[in-house]
Write a protein that binds this ligand. Structure first.
Ligand code: NAD
Length: 666
């Protein structure tokens, strides 16, 4: 405003700070009064357009969301090569709400703009500059370094050359598609089934369509209406919660910001089985040197062979080039001798799940690892404090619980032992970002956050088939709810022999925990799951698609008869209630015990490790959205209606307390 009014100023150049031109809006403001407080982005853009003087955006790197919309309101854009430009709003259940859906189609055409808005992914500036007849980018600068000088020179030139008031504005251009409404309908039809029920993609299409059917001011008004509607939608709230929860997970009680971290220059992995291999790939992909230790040459060979075959597969899919593979495998050393690990700064143990084996490994590590090295265990079920007790440095011991396949799954549960130091925790959390994991801290308990909850979920699934549902009905109801996969398909994938082993252990450790006996029958019949083409489903050899199994149906019928269970009709609502609210109740207990420090942490675990739909924000956000009173009422109704283990449906004391205080899970 000041520059517009100052007669000494002939042109205005806008540029960002060191981090980028602009990353866009602060999403914590959405849905709060701060989002509309003046001067808001709409007003700023309006004023820029009315400035009369040439306004040039000088974009040197990241330019996203609201930042990109601001740039679209300028007369000209001078852009450095390799700038990442994007509308990431769709990932948060929103649309670009400050003119992006109206000005971008006028800049790069309807199709290109809609693709960018629906993808949410960043596009390089040179790709955008190459679009025929585009009006987005006026100049691609020589380099980032020369951008400022080039933008200033450009501004001076246009200030002299173009008459005042004659500077181009995107709002004055046309937006149209030759196929008209037919094109937009086609895009709607082509939305993947998984997003069909979400409001944001449809709203994006409608807004861009409006750019081509109405004058710009009407289009902007429609965009704003749609935006406001999305901000208030449960899906939008859930997606924003998911985004913020993942960021918040890095803050750990008792570990203040600025806690010193240790350097991790190289990593050792103990055990080259399923997990060790996946972890090694994840580390090599992040550019870290890895030393893998095994018990015998044959095991080493098998592990290296498997890594090679993984990278060959990636090469065939063109996800990596040969030179990068050589570089990664070149960073891998293997050994049978602990002395070769001494200089590594972090060691991740992934040996057999037996305490005696863990003990031998940790005693040896304590002997050889340099002072200050971090000793991590990937154990799923063992007590980390007991493992830490095998060393004379329990403060350096931490859990790093990866999920399988470890190079693919984003979740990493960082297990905090009673003595794990703040420095070690801060280091592992920072390290998790380097290896691109979503890290969540869990206290020590059986199953940590994720598996402890999933056990309750699966227990309910077993009860339901006993009571009358079929495995396929249960799976279908959960997939319709939005889960990536139902519990029975998941069990078949993980192996029903593994579930059996867990139940055997439970019978000793927690005899009070009631289980259906039916899954044991499956195990005894050798129906271990996908690996033997028979589990809860049948499988055509070599294919992964589950097929309803008449054999399982017959076994179920006999089992019910034997136990005098009259099968009843189970509704999909009951299936969702029993499985998802089982997660909620156990999650609330985990929160109350301090195993998780925030309900958002639990949500991150489920969103990144268990296929929970992002647009529901995680089980705890689901409970908040449904209303805790309503959740507790449903649990109490189940207490009266389920066949066994009614006790489980007592709402956790935390839920009851929060209802009384009219608060939510946080
Ligand atoms: P696995 O049986 O596939 O591999 C274990 C490997 O450790 C084998 O290659 C074995 O030769 C090696 N090994 C055994 N004793 C050793 C020793 N003393 N020194 C060096 N190497 C030794 O097992 P996995 O599935 O990879 O599981 C490993 C660990 O990861 C376990 O603690 C398990 O609980 C945990 N985990 C497994 C999964 C999963 O889905 N498989 C997920 C998370 C965590």
């Amino acid at each position: 405003m000041k520059a517009s009014a100052d007669p000494a100023v002939s042109a205005i150049v806008l540029q960002g700070n060191a981090r980028g031109f602009s990353g866009g809006a602060d999403i914590r403001e959405f849905g709060t009064p701060d989002a509309v407080t003046e001067p808001n982005l709409w007003t700023v853009i309006e004023n820029l357009e009315k400035s009369g003087k040439p306004v040039v955006a000088a974009i040197h790197s990241v330019c996203m969301g609201g930042g990109l919309e601001l740039a679209l309101g300028c007369n000209y854009r001078v852009v450095a090569p390799d700038c990442a430009m994007a509308f990431p709003e769709i990932n948060l259940g929103l649309l670009p709400g400050a003119g992006g859906t109206q000005r971008m189609p006028r800049a790069i055409g309807v199709e290109n703009a809609l693709n960018m808005i629906l993808d949410g992914k960043s596009v390089k500036s040179q790709t955008l500059a190459a679009i025929p007849e585009q009006a987005l980018i006026d100049v691609v600068a020589e380099s980032k370094e020369s951008l400022e000088a080039e933008a200033l020179a450009f501004a001076r030139t246009v200030a002299k050359r173009v008459a005042p008031g004659g500077h181009p504005l995107l709002r004055d251009r046309q937006s149209s598609h030759e196929k008209g409404a037919g094109y937009f309908q086609f895009v709607r039809n082509m939305l993947p089934a998984s997003v069909q029920k979400l409001p944001a993609p449809k709203a994006c299409i409608e807004a861009v369509e409006a750019s081509s059917t109405t004058p710009i001011d009407k289009g902007l008004a429609r965009e704003r209406e749609l935006f406001m509607h999305l901000v208030e939608s449960p899906e939008g709230r859930a997606l924003r919660h998911a985004f913020l929860a993942e960021r918040a997970a890095s803050k750990i009680p008792g570990v203040p910001d600025g806690t010193a971290t240790r350097d991790i220059r190289s990593v050792a992995v103990i055990g080259g089985g399923t997990m060790g291999r996946g972890i090694a790939i994840c580390l090599l992909d992040a550019g870290l040197p890895v030393t893998l230790l095994e018990t015998a040459a044959a095991q080493v060979e098998r592990a290296v062979e498997s890594l090679r075959s993984h990278y060959d597969g990636q090469l065939k899919k063109k996800r990596i080039d040969a030179a990068s593979i050589e570089k990664r495998l070149g960073a891998l050393k293997t050994t049978l001798d602990y002395k070769d690990l001494a200089e590594c700064d972090l060691v991740i143990e992934a040996v057999f799940e037996e305490m005696s084996v863990k003990q031998a490994v940790f005693e040896k590590l304590d002997e050889v690892m340099h002072k200050g090295a971090i000793l991590a265990s990937n154990t799923s079920t063992m007590n980390l404090d007991q493992i830490a007790g095998f060393t004379k440095r329990p403060e350096d011991v931490v859990g790093m619980h990866f999920f399988s396949p470890a190079n693919v799954m984003r979740l990493l549960e960082v297990v905090r032992g009673a003595e794990t130091s703040a420095e070690v925790l801060a280091t592992v959390m920072a390290f998790s970002r380097r290896i691109r994991k979503a890290a969540v801290v869990s206290g020590v308990c059986d199953g940590f956050i994720g598996n402890r909850m999933v056990e309750e979920y699966i227990r309910q699934a077993y009860f339901l088939v006993e009571e009358g549902a079929t495995p396929q009905q249960v799976d279908r109801a959960l997939v319709e709810f939005g889960m990536a996969m139902g519990p029975f398909a998941m069990s078949d994938m993980a192996g029903n022999d593994i579930g059996f082993a867990i139940r055997q252990r439970r019978a000793v450790e927690r005899p009070e925990l009631v289980y259906s006996k039916f899954p044991d029958l499956l195990y005894e019949a050798g129906r271990y799951g996908q690996k033997v083409d028979a589990g809860w489903y049948d499988y055509v050899p070599g294919k992964r698609a589950p097929v309803a199994s008449p054999a399982v149906e017959k076994m179920l019928k006999e089992h019910r008869e034997k136990h005098g269970i009259t099968p009843r009709k189970v509704t999909n609502q009951e299936i969702v209630d029993r499985l998802i609210l089982a997660l909620v109740n156990e999650g609330a207990k985990i929160l109350e015990e301090g195993i998780a420090s925030r309900s958002g942490d639990i949500d991150v675990v489920y969103l990144t490790g268990y296929g929970f739909p992002a647009w529901r924000g995680g089980p705890m956000q689901y409970a908040n959205e449904r209303g805790l009173y309503q959740v507790a009422q449903t649990m109490k109704a189940l207490q009266n209606s389920v066949r066994v283990d009614r006790e489980f449906w007592t709402p956790s004391p935390l839920i009851e307390r929060l209802i009384g205080e009219r608060r939510q899970l946080v």
